[in-house]
Design a protein. Structure first.
Length: 215
């Protein structure tokens, strides 16, 4: 599936024309910077409006009512956190260890007049930020993401209890590919945790894993 114009994009996810114009600025910068550094897979760059922008944007409907900080673990080129920030999600914190990728995101923020905070650090070194949501895309296994997220539980008790891991965790949204079942099987070997599986709008084999303490 290719996206060539505004009308193509909003068939899947509504955004304003102003937001789409900012996406196009972002898209042009992505293509420019990709020539000198590896921001996304080269095979996906031509179709990045669908593969990366739309894939990220689909989280908006879940996040739009967020009341606190949103942490994007391993932002890379800004997917999904920077896309969601451009769409109007507040208090997005972009976490990325590689300085050059942070420089790219800073450029996108400047050129699109978008307000997000970039943390040039490893996730393990991030201080407690008391987030409402933690999101991530194409970073590491679900089990690793859960363990990285537990540092940010709202009671600051960082000792993981495998029988009650859902308690006090922030809301978690992870974009996962076709191997999501293998990752969930691995997770279940160590932890008991409630979640929902949401179908992706960009790939029938991909899913959104939504972990929430109330489930």
């Amino acid at each position: 599936m290719n996206i060539h114009k505004y009308e193509d994009f909003i068939r899947f996810q509504y955004v304003s024309r102003e937001t789409y114009k900012k996406f196009m600025i972002y898209y042009e910068l992505l293509n420019e910077w990709q020539k000198k550094m590896n921001l996304v897979g080269n095979s996906t760059i031509k179709n990045s409006l669908y593969r990366h922008f739309l894939d990220s944007a689909q989280l908006y409907n879940i996040l739009k009512n967020s009341k606190g900080k949103v942490l994007d673990f391993g932002s890379g080129a800004g997917f999904p956190g920077l896309v969601l920030s451009i769409m109007g999600i507040k208090n997005v914190n972009l976490i990325e260890a590689k300085k050059k990728k942070c420089d790219f995101m800073e450029k996108v923020l400047l050129e699109t007049d978008t307000n997000s905070k970039i943390h040039n650090t490893r996730i393990e070194n991030l201080p407690f930020l008391n987030p409402d949501f933690i999101i991530s895309r194409a970073l590491t296994s679900t089990r690793n993401l859960i363990e990285l997220s537990y540092k940010h539980c709202n009671n600051k008790n960082h000792n993981i209890n495998k029988k009650n891991i859902s308690k006090n965790l922030p809301n978690l949204l992870f974009l996962k590919g076709k191997n999501f079942k293998i990752e969930l099987d691995d997770l279940s070997k160590k932890y008991t945790i409630k979640f929902k599986i949401i179908n992706s709008i960009t790939d029938k084999e991909s899913k959104i894993l939504f972990f929430k303490s109330e489930f």
